[in-house]
Design a protein around this ligand. Structure first.
Ligand code: IDP
Ligand code: MG
Length: 149
């Protein structure tokens, strides 16, 4: 079973879209196993976005992600990483399909509302960056047999 780190970025929080965004992942059938509301430190932001260091948008990306609180979550499921990313839509909201979070709520790449891990390796790193092992909740969901064969 995969786990993926999802962030509702500061624009999602400021625009009052936390509930709407979480609902998309719930509706999909992903299972919430961790959640916190935090103001990311610059140190955490730089670790989280280390792969983008040196790119032209890196400084503004770090400034954006620490500009207000975020909701950090861990969602679990079979192929959770790909499922979550397809629910999010492409990185640039302008080209994201209607029906995706970015396609329904976003207009610009620098304000794209959500983060989602992009590989198993990065998901593990990112989950560990934001959550201690004791903060991940293993629980039995009664509807699982209606979501997974
Ligand atoms: P992803 O969030 O869809 O995985 P990445 O390529 O990993 O996209 O980029 C991380 C974040 O950096 C994006 O979500 C977006 O906020 C920002 N970003 C990526 N490319 C650009 C760009 O060309 N201009 C401004 N911001 C960008
Ligand atoms: Mg990425």
């Amino acid at each position: 079973m995969e786990q993926t780190l999802i962030l509702v970025k500061p624009d999602g929080v400021q625009r009052g879209l936390v509930g709407s965004i979480i609902k998309r992942f719930e509706n999909r059938g992903l299972k919430l196993v961790g959640m916190k509301f935090i103001l990311m430190t610059r140190e955490l932001a730089e670790l989280h976005y280390a792969v983008h260091e040196g790119k032209p948008f890196y400084e503004s990306l770090v400034a954006y992600i620490i500009s207000g609180p975020v909701v950090a979550m861990v969602w679990e499921g079979e192929a959770a990483i790909e499922a979550a990313r397809s629910t999010m839509g492409t990185t640039n909201p302008v080209t994201a399909s209607p029906g995706t979070i970015r396609g329904d709520f976003g207009m610009e790449i620098g304000r794209n509302l959500v983060h989602g891990s992009d590989s198993i390796e990065n998901a593990k790193k990112e989950v560990n960056l934001f959550f201690a092992p004791g903060e991940i909740v293993a629980w039995r969901r009664e509807t699982d047999s209606w979501i997974r064969e």
